[in-house]
Design a binder for this molecule. Structure first.
Ligand SMILES: Cc1cc2nc3c(=O)[nH]c(=O)nc-3n(C[C@H](O)[C@H](O)[C@H](O)COP(=O)(O)OP(=O)(O)OC[C@H]3O[C@@H](n4cnc5c(N)ncnc54)[C@H](O)[C@@H]3O)c2cc1C
Length: 305
């Protein structure tokens, strides 16, 4: 156990946590940032066209820029390390991780979201053996192989846009009658002749031997057996807030914050996709991370002089 008491601990190094860390460094706080990785979901994005200052940048390139930015401030992210719990001890806050235990005067939770699972037969058995939740990470493994993307929103179409360039056949399995992704993405996908969209369709089973070989799909009342080597599950995300049980959360498990990023527990702030702030975007998460750090600074200066 570390006996040191930090002024601030930031949990998570996605856009929200990284931005909070840059602000903390500029305020010369004695702080720590722990995370499972750097970049978070931003690292999984294919084409980013809505982060001001870059007309186009890929997720991995933006992550590299984040890394350069924090390195310039001498910030070391402690990773891979996973927060397992947060407790309040009088005024102090205890953060328990899978490796250690830390104490701080203030904490910012910026743990974002994780992919939602499909929960069908074969999903767990073939996880990392053809079933994947990150097209940008695993897409190249399926070059020249037929794949299925499950979903109908921006993440699913992001995966289709990536895979249609390298796969001979991409099935898009959409549970609804229409796609909910941005129009610009829908247009690009509709123009591709190697993409087949199955609306009103659900995956019932993923099968194979050592690796995925096929999926069974029910579309309206018909059943189809599609031969695919990869299954990209892109059906939404769940906030990673389960370790923060002391914080008030909404039904969807989003941490409730006010406009100063304060949670219901004094000294604990939250920012980005893990919160109930509307719209989940990189630029919004960055702004929220900045705001959370400034609120934490204000709290530290008034409560911990
Ligand atoms: C495929 C895809 C494409 C996208 N494309 C775009 C786009 O083009 N433009 C756009 O604006 N937005 C896009 N988004 C959304 C955007 O990536 C998110 O809104 C943004 O990354 C949220 O930032 P965040 O820091 O709140 O959370 P995240 O990016 O989820 O980062 C959370 C961080 O916390 C860490 N973490 C999680 N749990 C723990 C724990 N218990 N202990 C320690 N660390 C933990 C994670 O490892 C990660 O580093 C996309 C998302 C996806 C999935």
């Amino acid at each position: 156990m570390s006996k040191k008491i930090y002024e601030l601990i930031i949990i998570g190094a996605g856009p929200a946590g990284i931005t909070a860390a840059v602000y903390a460094a500029r305020k010369k706080l004695d702080f720590l940032i722990i995370s499972k990785d750097i970049g978070g979901q931003a690292a999984w994005s294919g084409d980013i066209e809505n982060y001001t200052g870059y007309q186009f940048i890929s997720g991995p390139e933006l992550t590299l820029k984040f890394n350069e930015h924090i390195s310039a401030f001498g910030i070391d992210v402690i990773m891979p390390e996973q927060a397992k719990g947060i407790e309040k001890q009088e005024k102090l806050i205890k953060v328990v991780s899978d490796k250690s235990l830390y104490l701080a005067n203030a904490v910012i939770v910026a743990t974002g979201k994780r992919p939602r699972m499909l929960n069908v037969e074969g999903e767990l058995e073939f996880k990392n053996k053809g079933v994947t939740y990150c097209a940008i990470c695993d897409g190249p493994l399926f070059r020249n192989k037929p794949v299925a993307v499950i979903g109908g929103g921006n993440s699913a179409l992001d995966a289709v846009l990536q895979m249609m360039k390298i796969s001979p056949k991409v099935y898009l399995i959409n549970i609804n009658a229409g796609l909910s992704a941005d129009s610009i993405m829908k247009e690009k996908v509709k123009q591709a002749d190697n993409v087949e969209i199955l609306h009103n369709a659900v995956v019932e089973r993923i099968s194979g031997a050592a690796f995925v070989e096929a999926i069974d799909v029910k579309q309206n009342d018909a059943r189809k057996h599609l031969n695919v080597a990869g299954v990209f599950v892109e059906i939404g995300l769940v906030p990673k807030s389960d370790f923060a049980g002391i914080l008030a959360r909404k039904e969807k498990q989003e941490i409730v914050v006010d406009c100063f990023n304060k949670t219901n527990v004094e000294g604990i702030f939250a920012s980005g996709d893990v919160t109930n702030v509307p719209e989940k975007q990189i630029i919004i998460a960055c702004g929220e991370g900045a705001k959370a750090c400034l609120s934490a600074c204000s709290y530290l200066s008034t409560h911990w002089i």
